[in-house]
Design a protein around this ligand. Structure first.
Ligand code: TXA
Ligand code: MG
Length: 355
């Protein structure tokens, strides 16, 4: 790999192969994000930044995160500043393994242990009573903390090397789709971030499922890639779990109070059988139309993404929304997927974006 001089993120147009070899020390206050290959030198550079209270872009299996030491209030404050995130919207704390749970919670529950055993490492975030070492800025002043153990080799390596829990929201600028490549992170936050570790495209593509695990039954606070069916397969066998585990308690999830991402173009969700014809109909009226569907785009319609099933759409969704904005289509038509498994989270994100 050829070492490139770091470039302004805004000059980078989604080309791959622009890793910067970190042979020079990354300087504090640098304003140009360097996308680093996640080899030993890249991990070491990220660790140095994290140890002095800085923020780095970190790949996870769901989306890229904007990571800082979860136990350092000044470092966590930087995350909020970079993202432009309201102070009362708490962050997820990422751990290397479930064994580190005691470090960040006041008390665990049999439910949390069962869920952690089944789904960690993986895209499930558990909300539990917060431990005293976690600063209030991390939890937005709540008495609870959201925790997950990511299932991505680069995140695991970074968490192991730094030896600290890492707070990380999705690494998009507020108002943009979550990033699923290092290039997305650099495009949104490149001016405010020193380093992004490049772990390639995220294999899941939508954010983790957030579950309140303080009681006997899981309460889903945010739909995600661990589905209700997945949860039910574990807690359904627990004697005290009841059908109430299907309850959605949106009030308890601070993030849902804020305006969700909406693309700059109009977004229309179409039933599977109608997507192509609806796109063609709109294009015939003289406007520019993009299509995300399982079928090819009809003549006069720009194909933004083509998917095979709901997990495939999940992987491509956020990149497709960015592409639709970049190509300045007037309307993006997206084919609906069945609301089972990760399809429910995909449809949840699509409906919010279409609002
Ligand atoms: O997949 C993911 O979850 C990604 C990757 C980077 O791990 N992270 C992510 O973080 O999506 P963020 O900050 O974009 O979304 C976290 C969500 C927000 O809706 C927030 O309000 C909720 O989790 N949350 C965090 N702490 C909470 C708590 N103590 N109680 C309830 N909800 C909480
Ligand atoms: Mg987010």
């Amino acid at each position: 790999m050829v070492a490139h001089a770091p470039r302004r993120a805004s000059e980078v147009t989604g080309v791959v192969g622009w890793w910067h070899t970190p042979d020079v020390d990354v300087e504090e206050g640098a304003v140009l994000a360097e996308v680093l290959r996640p080899d030993a030198a890249g991990i070491a550079a990220a660790v140095r930044i994290l140890r002095r209270g800085g923020v780095v872009g970190m790949p996870t299996e769901t989306v890229y995160g904007l990571a800082a030491d979860a136990l350092d209030p000044a470092a966590v404050t930087r995350i909020f500043a970079i993202k432009g995130r309201p102070a009362d919207n708490p962050l997820i704390v990422h751990l290397r393994s479930a064994q580190e749970l005691e470090r960040v919670v006041a008390a665990t529950t049999p439910l949390a242990e069962a869920l952690a055993m089944s789904f960690w490492p993986g895209p499930l975030t558990l909300v539990l009573e917060v431990g005293e070492d976690v600063p209030a800025v991390t939890t937005g002043g709540l008495r609870t903390v959201a925790i997950r153990v990511p299932d991505h080799p680069v995140a695991t390596e970074l968490l192991t090397a730094v030896g600290r829990p890492l707070a990380a929201p999705s690494a998009n600028r507020s108002g943009r789709p979550s990033p699923t490549t290092a290039e997305h992170v650099a495009a949104d936050l490149g001016d405010d971030l020193e380093v992004v570790l490049d772990g390639g495209p995220c294999p899941v593509g939508v954010e983790s499922t957030v579950v309140d695990a303080r009681g006997d039954e899981p309460v889903v606070l945010r739909e995600g890639s661990i589905s209700r069916e997945d949860l039910r397969s574990i807690v359904g066998v627990r004697s005290r779990a009841t059908a109430a585990h299907d309850r959605t308690d949106v009030q308890a999830s601070p993030g849902t109070r804020y305006r969700h991402y909406a693309p700059t173009c109009a977004l229309e969700i179409a039933a599977s059988a109608d997507a192509a014809s609806r796109a063609a109909e709109l294009a015939a009226s003289g406007i520019s139309v993009g299509l995300v569907a399982s079928c090819p785009a009809p003549e006069g319609v720009r194909s933004i993404a083509r998917f095979t099933d709901a997990p495939d759409l999940a992987r491509q969704l956020y990149a497709a929304l960015r592409d639709a904005e970049d190509t300045a289509v007037d309307v993006l038509v997206v084919e609906a997927v069945p609301e089972v498994g990760v399809g429910r989270a995909v449809m949840d994100r699509l409906r919010r974006a279409a609002e």
